[in-house]
Design a protein around this ligand. Structure first.
Ligand SMILES: Cc1cc2nc3c(=O)[nH]c(=O)nc-3n(C[C@H](O)[C@H](O)[C@H](O)COP(=O)(O)OP(=O)(O)OC[C@H]3O[C@@H](n4cnc5c(N)ncnc54)[C@H](O)[C@@H]3O)c2cc1C
Length: 394
């Protein structure tokens, strides 16, 4: 009764996607365990931006396959009532002359080479799309018209509901306390509600992935890093028609998007505050930080000089040394598959990652090669470092 073909630890947007894809691929008896609730981890804190713009080409492929799912979410999960909350407003990214321009140019080339529609705009064209911003200093402006943002919590619950309809058992409020293994082979998990047996376990534990190190002795190079998100009410609305905007010229590499159809959601795209232990509770937001980000916003969006702070919250990234995830099987522990270290950009990859992790767990060929994402890269030095340097744009 407590025996399953696959157990998934974690029901964030990644674990829920894995569970759905396992069921779709005919995995048999699948169990998902989460210590809290579906989507209640860092997924609930996501800014939700979707783009295929990456300087790491492997990520472009995963983002592209994921984008097809976001566009047809209800149909894909087979549930007419499901929605990912997609707003297809486009993604604008601009750089002045300086250190980021080569990365931007090569990322746009990479996207084009993969058949993705991207345009290079002049300042007047960019202003027509985002009239509340100024582009007088931009030396290169890229625009991805298909991109936008969606709702990570809705997506997680949509995947979870579809998985349940396909027979997956999801139990909330259960903590996995130990991975059980014998002679280098997974046999199940021990939890706050007893033991569950399975020859295959998929860990999608995000900032809590250090558990794997404790349970197996295999290193999990991931840190919990807290970031702050602000919602600003400006004198002019940031509407749903206006594109997401990435400002490579700002000190904080800001990203902005519409929030609720009138406000601006804004956050810095650089390293955040490393926490001593994984914790996704709300953290302190200093007035100095609000002022610092507010000044950067006002520099780019002049009328936001008089904007008010409508809301603010913190969220935690699971950051690896190269700001890219670890995906796939772990050496020395047969039956264990992991997906962690999304470093602030995992939502846009979640459908594609869920599918490849499910394929890997079932011993099927994966849609994209997982070798570049292997844990081994931190030993061999073949890192997946993006050309933008530290930060979730990757
Ligand atoms: C502020 C912020 C902004 C972001 N913006 C974007 C964005 O614009 N675009 C984008 O693509 N990505 C973005 N991201 C990243 C994206 O949201 C995450 O990569 C993604 O949601 C992570 O999903 P997950 O399933 O890996 O993790 P989580 O949602 O954290 O799920 C992990 C789950 O595992 C469970 N768990 C862990 N350990 C155990 C255990 N021992 N037993 C039982 N359960 C356990 C937890 O309870 C949790 O529910 C952002 C993230 C943050 C924080």
């Amino acid at each position: 009764m407590n025996h399953f073909d696959v157990i998934v630890i974690g029901a964030g947007v990644i674990g829920s996607s894995v569970a759905f894809h396992l069921a779709r691929l005919g995995a048999g008896r699948v169990l998902v365990l989460d210590r809290t609730q579906v989507g209640a981890g860092t997924t609930s804190q996501s800014s939700g931006i979707l783009r295929t713009h990456y300087s790491v080409i492997e990520n472009v492929e995963l983002a592209l396959s994921s984008w097809q799912v976001f566009k047809h979410f209800a149909e894909y999960v087979g549930d007419p009532e499901a929605s990912a909350g997609l707003v297809q407003c486009g993604y604008l990214i601009a750089s002045p002359d300086g250190p980021k321009i080569d990365a931007l140019r090569s990322a746009l080339d990479g996207q084009r080479a993969m058949g993705i529609t991207v345009q290079e705009l002049d300042a007047a064209q960019a202003t027509a799309l985002l009239p509340i911003a100024r582009f007088d200093d931009a030396a290169l402006i890229g625009f991805e018209p298909e991109a936008g943002f969606a709702d990570a919590y809705l997506t997680a619950t949509g995947f979870a509901r579809a998985a349940r309809r396909l027979g997956v058992k999801i139990i909330e409020g259960v903590e996995v306390q130990q991975l059980l293994h014998e002679q280098g082979r997974v046999t199940g998990v021990d939890t706050s509600q007893g033991r569950f047996d399975s020859p295959v376990v998929v860990s999608t534990q995000n900032i809590w992935a250090r558990d794997i190190e404790r349970w197996t002795g295999i290193a999990s190079p991931v840190n919990a890093e807290r970031h702050t998100v602000l919602a600003l009410q400006g004198p002019q609305p940031y509407t749903y028609r206006m594109p997401v905007y990435k400002d490579l010229g700002s000190p904080g590499m800001l990203y902005c998007r519409s929030y609720g159809g009138t406000q601006m959601l804004v956050s810095e795209g650089i390293a955040g505050h490393t926490l001593p232990a994984p914790d996704n509770e709300q953290g302190e937001i200093s007035m100095d930080h609000v002022v610092d980000v507010g000044l950067q916003v006002a520099d780019r969006f002049p009328s936001f000089d008089s904007a008010g702070l409508a809301a603010s919250w913190t969220g935690v990234y699971d950051v690896t040394p190269d700001w890219n995830p670890v995906l796939g099987r772990l050496p020395d522990m047969q039956g264990l598959v992991v997906g962690y270290g999304f470093s602030g950009h995992g939502f846009k990859l979640s459908p594609g990652v869920g599918r490849v992790l499910a394929q890997e767990a079932l011993g099927l060929p994966t849609d994209v090669p997982l070798a570049p994402y292997a844990l081994e890269r931190f030993r061999s030095g073949r890192l997946l470092t993006g050309r933008y340097g530290v930060g979730a744009v990757s």
